[in-house]
Design a protein around this ligand. Structure first.
Ligand code: BGC
Length: 744
């Protein structure tokens, strides 16, 4: 466990008391200020601020020599010689970029997440960093929200389990370790539930849903020892998270016993004015600090107003001390007081190359990426490609080095990533001839392109006209036996501040696909995107569909491994894919309603749309394989469950035909007789299993009363006796079921 050592607690508090006792108000305020190195704060200016004890921590710098220089300044020249910590958004890798978190979640593979956590921590701490703003544990069910790409999807249990693995693997055995990267979970709380999927929008939610479905991942992140919590930008039932005492004090500190650091998100303090709960920056500072925010990201106002607020007794010194104690406390836990240079033990040598190829973990990245690819359709077994063939690789994303890395690609270098086209060339043997044409722009709309390119150039408009691009692509496709269309979103389209009201492949690429279809060759659609897309038309056009998300530095090689059958795909969707935007929200664990729609026996006065189906195009937990797996009926060790007697539910899973491969066996439960209406399904367990051709394995899950607990209408966490159903299967639609009972 990476929790701070409790035997050390007394020593730590004595140390902090002594230090805080010697600090001036200004020095304490300095500790609460997190400064981003950048154009507004160049290194020289920040060095001066450090010398003046005006800075507690730095983010957005990520090279050894820079970090060493800044830390030397802090411990040699600041008044109390308090070390800084250095933070960065290491979200899915540092130098080696792994698939985006939504892709990682598609692996349903805890060990893959651990690999990502360990490699990220290693590379980031070799860069001198101490802390990352990750993982994002916001459950999100609205694919219009661009930041679904940064999380683990729509399910509470899956997000919690993967979140736990990420926190533990980032932080390692001890926070003081040479390669331990402290984790700050985010965004507390409920950022994933912004109304309409519009970024930064408000959240209004029942307490039951909050506690049952949205809080557990954060709580598990904290139980796993995450040292920090980033406070969300949104309101929660009217109260902004940054002015929310109930959230930051009652829930986080009192109930969950969190003892680490809370940090506001970018610009959040002054946004309290826009939220309408503070009337000036000064007021916003007071309110946020009193509500439980400890540290101010990219601080503009803490430094300016806290000393005066204290002098005029509008803020108590205890309130300042308590925030300061949190900052110093995590520095203590990270071992920075003992060794401020724990992650920059020596000055980098002349020969040290920050971006050298040797620093990358390509093997791990390729293996993990291959596990995150989801096969959505495979008619006539178009995939995998085994025989000699001429393959036309077409599409604006097929050879894009920047896009394949995804958003938040930290210190990754686009030039080091492998595109799909390159991967296919690397992996295919001489039997496969590869042709290529771009075919279209990612998007033709100049206004959207201008928007997407505002802060980072990422979407270009080809010099050739759309018609010319199309003509060329058709010519190339006409020469081939098989078409691989690489389509989707640019990474900038699935990012922060990238909400979409239409979750479709842009028209420029849709047109390309329609035209390719006319050629009459089989089409494999390889998707690259950071959110569930509405793919009704594409699912009719394409013979096979692979979802590759943004798969990282080694993405192209991993995709080629899957396309060419060197890896059997095993990914499963962590979010439902709606048919249309009008259906949103579409999530598997909804309530039944009193008038559930029955497709086999439709009735007008039931809950449905008359112009579209109810369910998603591709459900949660779904993903095919090159093998056919069969799941037996469920056997239970007993039908009655009690506190003293858990039940074992087991199935046999067989690889009936096809190559060796992995699949994910999923356990769901439904409460049929509770005091409040409960979801039609809730994921309660999953196991990834490898099976050779013809092999059968028994997979069992222990059903514990704890799994049946829920928050009732009085907001008590209870389990109620009665009837339940256990479901086991390979996705959330095709399930075997068995009734069980809970007795008191
Ligand atoms: C994002 C955070 C991120 C922070 C620092 C903000 O805009 O909301 O998720 O950690 O920037 O880069």
């Amino acid at each position: 466990m990476s929790k701070p050592d409790t035997s050390n607690e007394r020593k730590k508090q004595d140390f902090l008391n002594e230090l805080i006792g010697r600090m001036t108000v200004e020095e304490k305020v300095g500790q609460l200020r997190l400064i981003s190195i950048g154009p507004e704060n160049p290194t020289e200016k920040v060095l001066k601020m450090i010398e003046n004890s005006e800075v507690g921590a730095i983010f957005n710098t990520r090279t050894k020599n820079e970090i060493r220089k800044l830390q030397e300044k802090a411990v040699n020249s600041s008044s109390k010689k308090i070390p800084l910590f250095f933070a960065f958004d290491v979200v899915h890798g540092e130098r080696t970029i792994f698939p985006i978190p939504l892709g990682l979640a598609s692996s349903w593979d805890v060990s893959a997440i651990e690999t990502v956590g360990r490699v990220s921590a290693f590379e980031a701490t070799e860069d001198g960093l101490n802390l990352t703003w990750a993982p994002m544990l916001d459950v999100s069910r609205d694919p219009r929200w661009g930041r679904v790409s940064e999380g683990f999807g729509e399910d509470t249990y899956l997000t919690s389990e993967l979140g736990r693995a990420m926190v533990l693997s980032l932080q390692g055995e001890s926070l003081r370790g040479r390669h331990s990267l402290a984790s700050t979970i985010k965004h507390f709380a409920l950022y994933g539930a912004v109304e309409g999927g519009r970024d930064y929008n408000s959240v209004d939610m029942s307490l039951q849903r909050m506690f049952q479905e949205y809080f557990p991942p954060y709580q598990i992140g904290i139980e796993s020892g995450a040292i920090g919590v980033m406070v969300a930008l949104n309101t929660i039932n009217g109260v902004p998270a940054n002015s929310n005492q109930w959230l930051l004090k009652k829930i986080l500190r009192e109930d969950w016993k969190f003892s680490g650091l809370t940090v506001s998100d970018h610009g959040a303090i002054k946004e309290l004015i826009e939220h309408g709960v503070a009337d000036s920056p000064r007021d916003a500072v007071r309110i946020s600090l009193q509500s439980g925010v400890n540290m101010s990201m990219s601080d503009e106002f803490f430094g300016k107003f806290i000393p005066d607020l204290i002098a005029r007794k509008e803020l108590k010194i205890e309130e300042l001390d308590s925030a300061c104690r949190s900052v110093l406390g995590i520095k203590y836990d990270m071992g920075l007081f003992e060794d401020p240079f724990v992650h920059v033990p020596e000055k980098p040598t002349e020969s040290f190359e920050t971006n050298s190829e040797e620093r990358l973990h390509r093997k791990e990245a390729r293996e993990v990426a291959a596990k995150t690819i989801v096969l959505l359709k495979n008619e006539n077994q178009v995939l995998s490609i085994k025989k000699k063939t001429k393959l036309a690789v077409i599409g604006p994303l097929a050879d894009s080095k920047r896009d394949i890395m995804g958003s938040w690609s930290a210190a990754g270098v686009a030039g080091q990533s492998v595109t799909v086209l390159e991967g296919l060339k690397n992996v295919s043997d001489s039997g496969i001839e590869i042709l290529y044409s771009k075919g279209s722009n990612v998007i033709d709309d100049p206004k959207i392109i201008q928007f997407l390119n505002q802060y980072e150039f990422s979407v270009d408009l080809d010099e050739k006209s759309p018609d010319e691009l199309l003509r060329e692509a058709k010519k190339v496709a006409g020469k081939a036996d098989l078409i691989l269309a690489v389509l989707g979103e640019s990474q900038a389209m699935a990012n922060e501040a990238s909400s979409r009201s239409e979750i479709r492949i842009p028209e420029s690429q849709k047109r390309l696909l329609r035209e390719l279809k006319k050629i009459g060759k089989p089409i494999i659609l390889l998707l690259m995107n950071g959110r569930p897309l509405s793919l009704v038309e594409e699912s009719e056009i394409a013979d096979a569909i692979l979802e590759s998300w943004f798969s990282g530095t080694e993405g192209g090689n991993a995709i080629a491994d899957v396309i060419l059958g060197k890896v059997n795909p095993s990914g499963k969707l962590p979010m439902s894919f709606p048919r249309s935007e009008g259906q949103i929200p579409v999530y598997y664990n909804h309530l039944n309603t009193g008038r559930p729609y029955n497709e086999k026996n439709p009735d007008k006065y039931t809950s449905h749309y008359y112009d579209d189906k109810n369910g998603p195009l591709y459900p949660f937990g779904f993903g095919l394989s090159y093998s056919k797996f069969h799941v037996s009926d469920i056997e239970v060790s007993g039908e009655v469950l009690s506190l003293k007697k858990p039940i074992l539910a087991k199935v046999e899973v067989k690889n009936v035909s096809g190559p060796p491969g992995e699949t994910v066996v999923q356990l769901y439960i439904r409460d049929l007789t509770a005091s409040i209406s409960r979801p039609v399904l809730e994921l309660k367990g999953f196991k990834k299993v490898f099976l050779n051709p013809g092999e059968t394995k028994e997979i069992s899950f222990e059903i514990q009363p704890k799994m049946l607990e829920f928050w009732n209408s009085e907001m008590n966490l209870i389990s109620e006796k009665g009837k339940f159903k256990v479901f086991i299967g390979l996705d959330s639609l095709h399930l075997k079921e068995k009734e069980i009972y809970l007795e008191e």
